[in-house]
Design a protein around this ligand. Structure first.
Ligand code: BDR
Ligand code: CA
Length: 313
């Protein structure tokens, strides 16, 4: 059983990923921590509480801070064209959801939960890495107590999706991503190199909604907005970025990986670019030296990933 803390900015593909984690038999979802990104921190937290209540999820929700690690960074607009003004496809979630938040800020929740289960917790982070970086800054020793960190973010051998250089989750807080990638905990990055290959068709989503009961029906309703956005980019359907990271936790054999230290470019024209120095190559001394070797997913069995998502949700 994998004990998972899900760090998320719901977000339509985040909602699918949450349902996957909630329903997969090998996952024990022990916490949901929220971060800004697809919408403001107030909206993503409200959405996490709404999904917790509607889908009857036991895990507590802890709210993250609403700004980047370096607060002087310019604000990046919310991607309302992708996730809607409410972050959930404009389905009309009411402003107030009658569920209590965990009293701790997200990064404290991460620290205390990791310390309560040393060596057992997998953190799946599918938004900005702000909460993870704050947790590391406040308590660097937790790094060696975490079992695994699985990240949806980054673009290594393909272009970015928010600039030619950068993927949105990294671009939204590059400093936090650099802290996260260079910490001495085992990171696997499930980035655009593989997520853009996993496209759920309208037909598959409709089949899931037909056979998956009320939870799947709500997910399909939320997803229509996102599908309409993605139809400008893919032939039919939606890219299921965040669910890919969750699938990696239970089925890593569906991915090929490359190992090497990762740095994130912070500032300038390539702000938010992720660069790995493959272990198989040697270079003159550089800022990639003496850092932990992390894994980057380079290819994926997309049909098998989509089948597992469909079966689970
Ligand atoms: C990432 O950005 C967000 O829109 C998605 O939820 C995903 O985490 C993809 O770049
Ligand atoms: Ca996300």
């Amino acid at each position: 059983m994998h004990k998972v803390i899900f760090d998320t900015d719901p977000g339509i593909d985040d909602a699918m990923a949450l349902l996957f984690l909630h329903q997969h038999p090998d996952i024990d979802l022990i916490g949901i921590t929220t971060v800004f990104g697809n919408a403001s921190i107030e909206t993503t937290t409200r959405n996490a509480l709404y999904l917790k209540k509607t889908w009857n999820i036991a895990a507590p929700v802890a709210k993250g801070l609403g700004e980047t690690l370096d607060p002087s960074r310019p604000h990046v607009d919310w991607p309302t064209a992708i996730h809607g003004d409410d972050g959930l496809g404009n389905i009309g979630v009411s402003d107030k959801v009658d569920v209590d938040l965990d009293p701790r800020p997200a990064h404290r929740f991460i620290i205390e939960t990791v310390r309560a289960h040393p060596g057992e917790v997998t953190i799946v982070a599918v938004g900005r890495m702000t909460n993870l970086a704050l947790a590391l800054k406040e308590d660097p020793d937790i790094a060696v107590l975490v079992k695994d960190v699985v990240i949806m973010g980054g673009a290594f051998d393909v272009p970015g999706n928010i600039t030619p250089a950068a993927e949105a989750n990294i671009h939204g807080d590059p400093d936090a991503a650099d802290v996260t990638m260079t910490a001495p905990w085992p990171v696997t990055v499930v980035g655009l190199d593989v997520t853009t290959k996993t496209v759920m068709t309208r037909k598959l989503m409709a089949d899931i909604a037909m056979t998956g009961g009320e939870r799947a029906t709500l997910l399909a309703k939320i997803s229509q907005f996102y599908i309409e956005f993605y139809e400008q980019h893919v032939e039919d359907g939606m890219v299921v970025h965040d669910s890919c990271a969750c699938v990696y936790v239970v089925a890593p054999h569906l991915f090929e990986t490359r190992s090497g230290a990762i740095r994130v470019i912070c500032g300038g024209i390539a702000d938010g670019q992720t660069i790995q120095k493959p272990d198989s190559r040697s270079f003159p001394p550089s800022p990639w030296d003496d850092l932990p070797s992390q894994s980057v997913c380079t290819s994926v069995d997309a049909d098998a990933v989509l089948a597992l998502i469909a079966k689970t949700i």
